[in-house]
Every structure is written in C-alpha cells, then in structure tokens.
Write a protein that binds this ligand. Structure first.
Ligand code: NAP
Length: 316
C-alpha cells in the first residue's frame, strides 16, 4: 500500500496563538483530530457539533492530550438552516475575525430523507448547510485575512461506487428521480468542490483562500448510516488497512496542509487529495493539489449555477 501524504512537521509546529478557526463536525473522526491539532498549536478553535454533550467529552479528551489553545464547543445542526443562522450569530458575537473555516461535517450514503428545510439529506447537510454557514462567516474571514476556507470533499466526487459525481440542477433533492444514496453523496461532494472553486473566483483579492480536499479513505464513523462502526473498527480493520484505509490522524493531514501551508494561497479554488480511488488510476496517489479526473469538477458554468441555486435555496 502506498504511504499516505503527510504534512511537513514544521507546519504542525507553527505557533497559532491569536488565530481562530471554526471546524464543523469537530466531535468525531477527521474533525476531532483537526480541532486537537490546531488547539495543540495554540489556536482558539470553535468545535461545532450537533451533539454538544459529545463535543464537551471530546474537548476534555483533546485538552488532556495536550491542547493548549482554547476549544469552544458550540451547537450546529447543518440539516437546519435556522440552526446554521443561530450558530453563525453566536460565533460572530464573540469572534469578529476568523483565520479559518473548515467545512468538515458530513454524512454518507444515508437512507432517503430530508433536512428540516426539505432538502435531500446529503445535499442539504454536506453542501447547503455549509454554503449558508460560509456566506454568514465571510465578513469575519475577510476581517481576519489572510484566512482560508477548507471544504471536505471526497474522491467520491469523481465516482462513488459506480455513480459519477454530477449536479442535477433540475432535481438536486431527488424529487422526480429514484433516490440513490451513493449518487446523492457523489453530488454533494462535487458540490463541496465546486463551492470552493466558485468562492475562489468571487473572493479573489480579498485575502481569503478557499480550497477543497479529499482526506483519504479514513477509519471514522462516516460509515454508520450503512454498516456497524464496530465491524469496521474491529472485525474488518486489519483487512481494511491492507486495502488502503488510513487512521484519523492521517486523514487530517490534507486539511491541516490546506489550512497551514504557505504554498496553498497560490492554488485558490484547487482540490487537494490524499491517496484516493479515482476513475484514472494515475490519480490514486493523490496530490497537493491534484487535477480531478471528473470533467464536471472543471465546469465553471456549473460552479456558477450551483452558487445561484444554493443562494435561492438557502435564501441569501
Ligand atoms: N472517512 C472517509 O473515508 C472520508 C472520505 C472522504 C471524505 N470524507 C469526508 O470527511 C468529512 C469528515 O467525515 P469523517 O470521516 O470524519 O466522519 P465522522 O467521524 O462521521 O464525522 C462526521 C462529522 O459530521 C457531523 N455531522 C453529521 N451530520 C451533521 C449535521 N447535520 N450537523 C452537524 N454535524 C453533522 C457528525 O456529527 P455526529 O457525530 O453527531 O454524527 C460528525 O461530527 C466528511 O465531510 C466526509 O464526507 C471522509
């Protein structure tokens, strides 16, 4: 198995005192490692999560493991636009400027379902919730510039279990077509990538660098909507590792690189990938940055249309 790409150690030793980051889904998996590492380097980190008691438990663990910065646990349910608005208001009340927003939270291959506002669960949670959150925090990111926005996409934006990532502009919420959990995940992860690409165009010259990342195939709770996490973590773990599954600390490397490397602002809007599974096997080794093999990931008209559609749907 090829070795995962790792962040240069000097980036993970930078002093981040005085800098503030928001990480969604900070109570689990890749998000929890990201929060812990930024706080270990002295940053103030808003750990956004839909289960604050769980967020507090993780905060205590990260503090015990050496986080010397401040970790603030705040409630955010991305499947509710009202919750996104309340969270943003709460954050802005105490942080007028931000150096980073990590749109990390996500769900994968969920059963057919709708968010509180009637959007398909994965498009609504993974993309629309983050789209609104980003819009509401843009002023603080501009105030805190140089700053970064990191969207957690996936190599599944290319092809997810045989479904090519594409945005169905006529029916993004599967109201007039049969629901398919993998097609919905691929659509939402392509949306994360196109969102960063379009933001880079819009925000040029403002000192904010938006990018998207694929973290690798990572041993986290993401599989919980379609298989028991214990089976992955215990029964199948040795086999999955041999097949390329990596640990959460390895899965956080691409996010941390995207947030901290001085090389990233030269690649605003780009896609950064850990080891992955792509239609073009030459891309499987990843790259910081990597040219996506999916032609839909390079479609600037689609990126613009997605912005317009998202604005209309979330009401900004
Ligand atoms: N793991 C992989 O192999 C892999 C591969 C490619 C991309 N990714 C991406 O990486 C990101 C992080 O996932 P992970 O692997 O670390 O999985 P994870 O351990 O399941 O973490 C996902 C996080 O998102 C949160 N979340 C889900 N729905 C939410 C909602 N409605 N509101 C707020 N938070 C919500 C979860 O909260 P709860 O704990 O309350 O459920 C959890 O904190 C996701 O965007 C995923 O698509 C992961």
């Amino acid at each position: 198995m090829p070795k995962p790409l790792l962040c240069p150690p000097d980036l993970l030793a930078l002093d981040l005192s005085g800098k503030t980051f928001v990480v969604t889904g900070g109570n689990s998996g890749i998000g929890a490692v990201t929060v812990g590492q930024l706080a270990k380097q002295g940053a103030t980190v808003v750990l956004a999560c839909r289960r604050p008691a769980e967020g507090e438990r993780v905060r205590a663990e990260l503090v015990a493991a050496g986080a010397r910065g401040t970790i603030e646990v705040r409630a955010l349910d991305l499947a509710s636009l009202a919750s996104v608005r309340a969270f943003a208001k709460d954050v802005l009340a105490s942080h007028a400027s931000l150096q980073g927003l990590v749109n990390n939270a996500g769900v994968m291959n969920t059963p057919a379902g709708k968010t509180a506002d009637g959007f398909e669960t994965q498009f609504g949670t993974n993309h629309l919730g983050h789209f609104l959150l980003t819009e509401l925090l843009l002023g603080a990111l501009e105030q805190g510039a140089p700053s970064r926005i990191v969207n957690l996409s996936s190599c599944y934006h290319d092809v997810a279990q045989g479904r090519e990532g594409r945005i169905d502009f006529d029916d993004p919420s599967f109201e007039r077509r049969a629901y398919d959990g993998w097609a919905a995940y691929a659509q939402s992860k392509l949306a994360n990538l196109l969102h960063a690409r379009q933001l880079a165009k819009r925000l040029a010259g403002k000192g904010i660098t938006p990018v998207s990342v694929h973290p690798g195939w990572v041993r986290t709770n993401l599989v919980k909507s379609f298989m028991p996490v214990w089976a992955q973590n215990w029964v199948l773990r040795p086999f999955l590792r041999l097949s390329g599954m990596i640990e959460p600390w390895e899965g956080a490397q691409t996010t941390l690189y995207a947030l901290l490397s001085p090389e990233v602002p030269a690649h605003a809007g780009a896609y950064f990938s850990q080891l992955g599974m792509y239609r073009d096997k030459a891309a499987n080794g990843g790259g910081w940055p990597l040219r996506s093999p999916n032609p839909n990931a390079h479609d600037d008209d689609a990126a613009e249309r997605l912005e317009a559609l998202s604005r209309a749907l979330v009401g900004v």
